[in-house]
Write a protein that binds this ligand. Structure first.
Ligand SMILES: [Zn+2]
Length: 304
């Protein structure tokens, strides 16, 4: 009887797994994600127009090609306010191209040319970009690993955008370059049901209030994500508080009709400083964000 009972219980759990009821989220490897930050920093600052930027762009393309079902490269020249022609590259890794519905995760991969933040020790130094650029890319690459290991039954797009941080935000020039380009040049297929931007997600004292422009432009998506985070035990990180409204890559997507939100910890004292280095971030922080992202994939699979 005991063995029959266990066979039945295994059958029942398999059935539940097929229905998606009890399917666990894919595992996320925070240590591996941390190594992706180290790899990015090894290129040096990823400033548009530099050989380091170009090399990092090739590397991201090759990594995504090893993981995604298809990669769309968007390469173009952006002429800056100063008159420089900057080679730009967005890398879009696509999973499950035939799915009728899709979700989109994005992060910027460029780094800021000058460390002109309010707490900077040297406004002419470049920003290394461990957290600002590096952390979001690392989470997306970790998601790509997880989706390659267990392909999603829903459509998932991972977008690495260029040129977020090149210019002056107050003047709206030469910033959010890649997300604006993507909004103007959407890929084939259905518009994503929602988009989640990951920016400044890896710092040691991680805390995500609900970003202001996300609450204005896509409050339902904010609720879905913060509810999911609480469900899997990260309510102390994804806190029930309202944060600043931040001009970031989610805004051009919202303007293009995609409900887009920003997961961002803007309370980061090394923001736009030369001290935005690897010792300011942790694998555990990347782990938390990666798990929430993969929980969103799991919930999306259950909807379909
Ligand atoms: Zn920045």
């Amino acid at each position: 009887m005991g063995s029959l009972k266990s066979v039945l219980s295994i059958a029942a759990s398999l059935l539940l797994a097929c229905q998606g009821e009890q399917a666990p989220p894919r595992p996320f490897d925070g240590a591996q994600a941390f190594s992706y930050v180290e790899s990015q920093l090894a290129f040096g600052p990823r400033i548009p127009g530099t050989p380091e930027h170009q090399a990092a762009g090739h590397w991201l393309d090759s990594l995504m090609r090893q993981r995604a079902d298809a990669v769309v490269l968007q390469d173009w020249l952006h002429v800056s306010r100063e008159g420089d022609s900057l080679p730009m590259r967005n890398v879009l890794g696509r999973f499950n191209l035939d799915a009728p519905t899709r979700i989109l995760f994005l992060a910027h991969w460029d780094t800021r040319p000058k460390a002109d933040g309010p707490k900077s020790s040297d406004p002419n130094a470049p920003v290394p970009g461990a957290n600002d650029g590096g952390s979001g890319v690392a989470v997306l690459l970790g998601i790509a690993d997880a989706l390659r290991a267990l392909p999603p039954s829903t459509g998932v797009d991972l977008l690495l955008v260029d040129g977020e941080d090149y210019g002056i935000f107050a003047e709206k020039d030469d910033v959010l370059i890649g997300s604006k380009y993507f909004a103007d040049h959407p890929p084939d297929g259905p518009t994503p049901r929602y988009a989640i931007l990951f920016d400044l997600v890896g710092d040691l004292n991680q805390r995500f209030p609900k970003e202001g422009n996300s609450l204005i432009g896509a409050p339902d998506v904010v609720k879905e994500v913060w509810d999911a985070a609480r469900q899997i035990g990260y309510g102390h990180v994804f806190v029930n508080a309202t944060g600043q409204a931040i001009i970031d890559d989610h805004v051009p997507l919202q303007q293009a009709g995609i409900p887009a939100i920003n997961i961002i910890d803007f309370d980061y004292q090394y923001w736009h400083t030369p001290e935005d280095t690897i010792d300011k971030i942790s694998a555990a922080s990347l782990q938390a964000v990666g798990e929430v992202a993969l929980e969103m994939v799991r919930l999306e699979e259950r909807r379909n």
